[in-house]
Write a protein that binds this ligand. Structure first.
Ligand code: CA
Ligand code: CA
Ligand code: CA
Length: 333
């Protein structure tokens, strides 16, 4: 073999080896990336991890349960001065938590089975029980003060928009029945006084939503607002006041209070830039937690954060601001 030919062969072999090393490196790197992405896709959800680094910006008494999607989809969290404890961890949407009167259970809605159903679970997130299984969306609920029933809102699709009705479910028997069946219109968002037979709800007869008071003992329903711009009323712990949302001042939503007879209306938040929604009283009745964002009135839009407003002064301060939509708080002891 001529020398030059031999050198060419040696040179060719070197080049061939280098090409193989490069291709091999690419192949191994590609395989490792593939394995990693597969592992990420198939790995089970992480264990519950307390996000105690997320602390309230101001101290407060008690605990606040709420929902947030800062980890990707809606989960339920419990906020205290110690930080944030995560109660659900899954790939569906967990929403609208409300705690039972004895403080042992959380009722909420989740779309685990394709549409929203009502569930109940223990305060630590265990012992989850599904209560409804219809093809409609059920949620936005309240416990009766005796803790025996949950009244929930059912949203049923129509050709145009949705029709809202209230239903009760007996937790011992599972029996469901229409609640306030004689109300002529849509009704939603119930909240009870400490009395099993007196509740407030948001109703719509023609255009726009208003606040109503129902006295089941007297078989009476009273319309407390009639401007078609109010919603989400909740009783104060002593039953002497209702907090609610009204669009009448800045057309975006502010927190108002009034007495359950419709008297003594007072605007608590004067924040013209923000949509102020989803109020809930502190157990001592001195503060209200609410949610605020600058983009939209809808819980699924905008960067909602939690705020506190002092009822006596109207002074509002941010309580918690995660990168997600922090909505539907309920303040418990
Ligand atoms: Ca979830
Ligand atoms: Ca359903
Ligand atoms: Ca936020």
């Amino acid at each position: 073999m001529p020398l030059i030919e031999g050198r060419r062969l040696i040179h060719f072999a070197k080049v061939f080896r280098i090409v193989w090393i490069i291709l091999g490196t690419f192949f191994i790197a590609g395989y490792l990336i593939h394995c990693q992405s597969k592992k990420e896709k198939s790995s089970p959800p992480q264990a519950f991890s307390p996000k105690l680094s997320l602390k309230p910006q101001i101290p407060f008494e008690g605990k606040i349960i709420f929902q947030s999607d800062f980890d990707g989809d809606n989960e339920l969290y419990l906020l205290s001065n110690q930080g944030l404890n995560q109660l659900t961890h899954n790939e569906w949407s967990d929403e609208f938590p409300r705690v039972s009167p004895d403080g042992r259970w959380i009722a909420f809605s989740a779309n685990r089975h394709g549409n929203y159903d009502v569930f109940v679970m223990a305060m630590d997130g265990s012992r989850i029980r599904r209560l409804t299984a219809s093809s409609h969306d059920e949620g936005e609920l309240a416990w009766t003060p005796d803790g025996r029933k949950i009244i929930y809102t059912e949203a049923r699709k129509r050709i145009i928009g949705r029709a809202y009705t209230l239903w009760s479910i007996d937790l011992a028997t599972g029996q469901k029945q229409r609640f306030l069946p004689d109300f002529d219109g849509s009704c939603a968002l119930p909240d009870f006084s400490s009395n099993n037979s007196v509740l407030t709800f948001t109703g719509k007869k023609m255009v726009g939503w208003d606040i109503y008071l129902a006295d089941l003992g007297k078989n009476e329903i009273i319309n407390l607002t009639n401007n078609g711009q109010t919603c989400r009323s909740r009783f104060s712990p002593d039953g002497r006041w209702l907090v609610y949302v009204s669009h009448e001042a800045d057309h975006k939503g502010d927190i108002f209070i009034m007495q359950p007879n419709g008297q003594g209306k007072r605007r608590l938040t004067e924040r013209p830039e923000t949509y102020d929604y989803f109020p809930s009283w502190s157990p001592n009745g001195r503060y209200i937690v609410f949610c605020s964002n600058t983009k939209s009135m809808y819980a699924q839009e905008g960067d909602w954060d939690l705020y506190l407003v002092e009822v006596s002064s109207g002074k509002a301060e941010v309580l918690l601001a995660t990168s997600g939509r922090d909505v539907f708080p309920e303040w418990i002891k």
